[in-house]
Design a binder for this molecule. Structure first.
Ligand code: IMP
Length: 505
């Protein structure tokens, strides 16, 4: 018989002891008989959408727009585009992800033949390049009529001259639809700096650049649909007016729609969910939320949710629990809803309150299939917004969608259910800043390596094995007393430093 120390997750969550958060418990180590590289992090975010990494970025205007969504999908996770924008703007974000092809510039900067050399100077100053395709009328997907490169414009003293007089009209092009490898071969043979790709009617589709040639890396874990487009999610509110938004997002090719509500167990959400499943159920998966109790989870599952988003109040920028007196400690919320959802084979996403790798591992160990993170991804290069310095420290802004600042920009839809409530705004979040975390190409591999080692320490070889161990109660837990938490952190030193990527955030 196996000797089992510690307690099962069920015992850990005994309601008599109150709700607990990630830092209140620890996992006991298991037996290691495999390398951490063998740990399989593939999972599902919803019934039909598989991921290679259990990472999803929050629909917040300082976290997820197309750049974040593209890079996360390339690396194996998923981005959910926020809706603090117009329907058309959000749909365009989705289209940008869908158009993206690694190595191809799918939204190149273009000019028309009537633009001037001064316009080229401005683009060079802003983006640092001067190889610009010229299209009829200056439209992004217009007919290609020429190209302007440094050599065409360098020694020209009159900067008001129109480009039609200086551009190269004999442009070497390649047909759209060729592979990146073929396009790169073309570029090499042509000895040019830029290679425009055009469709059968001579219209510009994309561009590849010699400068990017060496930088292009392969993303074998990329999450794509059957048409080889990257997958992407988008959030919508429960308002009736957002049905139009849903239709536009589906039309743009979104894969997952996340109904964004702080308290998801409402008649508004259930009606929207049922409508979406009926209208678009064959084209998109729908994630319901947010919920934290079994009864809430059950109601959204019965209304057709393909996935559930769990959390009410644990977010780093969140003041919901203080203001509303309603919510739940996150570890308890994840475990209880996971039990309910498992009975219906619906994956759950642990949303909010993750500020270190160990929290990700703990969320998965309590039954979450993936985690949604705002704080962890804010401050990366791919998060919207510019870096700024404060006392020599490089920072980016990060704000709650129910902060006064974000609500003023239109982000209050998640927290109010009726249009006429909007005269009075009660904030449920704050705005602030976070440290620079660098590019996702470096940051995500760091998270992955840490998470793999964590699962290895538990003696489990992957997310699904972890869930089996949870249910089979071979995964053992222990509560951490206050003293145990102090003991488990750095203590007693006069000073210390921690280096490495994680510490940038
Ligand atoms: P974080 O990863 O701990 O920063 O939490 C991010 C999560 O907080 C998001 O995915 C949302 O669920 C939630 N959230 C976003 N904005 C607000 C807010 O203003 N108030 C409360 N919760 C928020």
């Amino acid at each position: 018989m196996a000797i089992l120390d510690g307690i099962s997750a069920g015992d850990l969550m005994d309601p008599q002891n109150g709700g607990i958060s990630y830092d209140d418990f620890i996992l006991l180590p298991g037996h290691i008989d495999f390398h951490h590289q063998e740990v399989d992090l593939s999972t599902r975010v919803s019934k039909r959408i598989k991921l290679n990494l259990p990472f999803v970025s929050s629909p917040m205007d300082t976290v997820t727009e197309n750049e974040m969504a593209i890079k996360l999908a390339l690396l194996g996770g998923l981005g959910v585009i926020h809706y603090n924008n117009s329907v058309e703007e959000q749909a365009e974000e989705i289209r940008k992800v869908k158009r993206f092809e690694n190595g191809f510039i799918t939204a190149p900067v273009v000019l028309g033949p009537d633009a001037t050399l001064a316009d080229v100077d401005r683009i060079k100053e802003r983006y640092g390049f001067s190889g610009i395709p010229i299209t009829e009328g200056g439209e992004a997907s217009g007919r290609l009529v020429g190209i302007v490169t440094n050599r065409d414009v360098e020694f020209e003293p009159d900067r008001s001259r129109p480009l039609r007089e200086v551009m190269t009209t004999e442009v070497v092009t390649a047909p759209a639809g060729i592979t990146l490898q073929e396009a790169n071969d073309h570029l090499r043979r042509s000895k040019k700096g830029k290679l425009p790709l055009v469709d059968g009617k001579g219209r510009l589709v994309s561009l590849i650049s010699r400068r990017d040639l060496l930088k292009n890396r392969d993303y074998p874990e990329a999450i794509k649909n059957e048409r080889k487009q990257l997958r992407v999610g988008a959030a919508v509110s429960t308002r009736d007016a957002d049905r139009e938004r849903v239709a536009a997002l589906v039309e743009a090719g979104v894969d997952l729609i996340v109904i964004d509500a702080a308290q998801g167990d409402s008649i508004y959400e259930i009606r929207l969910l049922e409508w979406m499943k009926q209208e678009f159920g064959d084209r998109v998966d729908v994630m319901g939320g947010n919920v934290v109790t079994r009864a809430q989870a059950r109601r959204l599952i019965e209304a057709g949710a393909d996935g559930l988003r769990i959390g009410m109040g644990p977010g780093s920028i969140c003041t919901t629990q203080g203001t509303m007196a309603v919510g739940r400690a996150q570890a308890t919320a994840v475990f209880n809803t996971a039990l309910e959802a498992r009975e219906h084979d619906v994956p759950i996403l642990a949303d909010g309150g993750i500020s270190q790798i160990g929290h990700i591992a703990k969320a998965l160990a309590l039954g979450a299939s993936a985690v949604m993170m705002g704080y962890m991804f804010a401050g990366t290069e791919e998060a919207p917004g510019e870096y700024f310095y404060d006392n020599g420290i490089r920072l980016k802004r990060y704000r709650g969608m129910a902060s006064i600042e974000a609500m003023a920009a239109g982000g209050d839809k998640r927290y109010m259910t009726r249009a006429d409530d909007r005269k009075v705004k009660v904030a449920q979040g704050v705005s602030g800043s976070v440290l620079d975390k660098g590019p996702l190409d470096l940051y995500v591999p760091y998270l992955v390596q840490g998470l793999r080692q964590s699962l290895q320490d538990m003696g489990v070889k992957g997310v699904s094995v972890l869930h089996e161990a949870l249910i089979g109660e071979t995964l053992r837990f222990e509560r951490r007393t206050h003293a145990a938490q102090i003991e488990g952190g750095v203590h007693g030193l006069y000073n210390y430093s921690e280096s490495g990527l994680g510490m940038r955030g």
